[in-house]
Design a protein around this ligand. Structure first.
Ligand code: FMN
Length: 219
């Protein structure tokens, strides 16, 4: 797959086929992402891929917490407020996503079910967690962000879909407990990964982007 084409047509996938992803394919995806740049070549990334029974156990644990509205305790919490322009984009995204599923604004049950699909990993056979050592800071966060994008594009080039999910970082202690991960490895982000179900209505949704002039200054 051509890189420019991949950059243009990648999108988040929120419905998957049950087809498992082989270890060979998982390793191939991550091995290509290893060429990502990092500050002084520190390569601070740390990823855990979960499949099979462990994936199921983890999904059940996270789903139960989310369903009960257990208080979230993310290692890296959201900002208390967003700049207005940025918040407006998040609201547009939320509204358009529900429109794609023909879910009304006031249909609380359908909205809740859709939110909870995060914790079923949208039925993807694989879930990935990106972690960061507690002693690292912003530079490493930048490196890991680039690594994550490389993984996403590499998966795309292998014919797989992904959905990055901050929601999967809501209950880091539960994730660490199920996967036997020490508390010094902080949880940044989760990601569902698998072969897309392109017929699913949610996968017909394509998010918008503001025009270049909103972001770019050239002197
Ligand atoms: C850090 C991060 C956290 C995200 N968290 C979630 C999430 O919890 N649930 C979800 O469905 N999508 C999540 N997304 C996906 C975004 O909604 C998506 O990337 C954005 O709307 C742009 O759409 P696109 O990826 O289809 O281009 C997240 C993306 C990022 C980068």
């Amino acid at each position: 797959m051509d890189l420019l084409q991949a950059l243009s047509n990648r999108k988040s996938v929120r419905a998957y086929q049950s087809t498992p992803v082989s270890r060979e394919v998982i390793e191939s995806i991550f091995s290509k992402a290893l060429r990502s740049p990092s500050y002084t070549n520190s390569q601070p990334w740390d990823a855990v891929v979960v499949t099979g029974d462990k994936r199921q156990a983890l999904s059940e644990r996270l789903y139960a917490l989310a369903k009960d509205n257990a208080p979230t305790q993310s290692d890296y919490p959201n900002p208390k407020s967003w700049p207005a322009k940025i918040e407006a984009r998040t609201k547009t995204h939320g509204a358009k996503r529900f429109q794609a599923l023909q879910i009304n604004r006031d249909d609380v049950q359908a909205r809740t079910e859709q939110r909870l699909m995060n914790f079923k990993f949208f039925n993807a056979p694989c879930v990935v967690f990106f972690l960061m050592d507690e002693n690292l800071s912003t530079w490493s966060l930048t490196d890991i962000g680039m690594f994550v994008q490389s993984v996403v594009l590499s998966a795309h080039a292998h014919g797989l879909g992904t959905c990055l999910q901050a929601s999967l970082a809501n209950y880091p202690d539960a994730v660490r407990e199920v996967l036997d991960i020490p508390s010094s490895r902080k949880l940044l982000l989760g990601m569902s990964m698998g072969y897309p179900d392109w017929d699913a209505p949610i996968n017909q949704y394509t998010s918008e982007r503001d025009p270049l002039e909103e972001f770019l200054t050239i002197y």
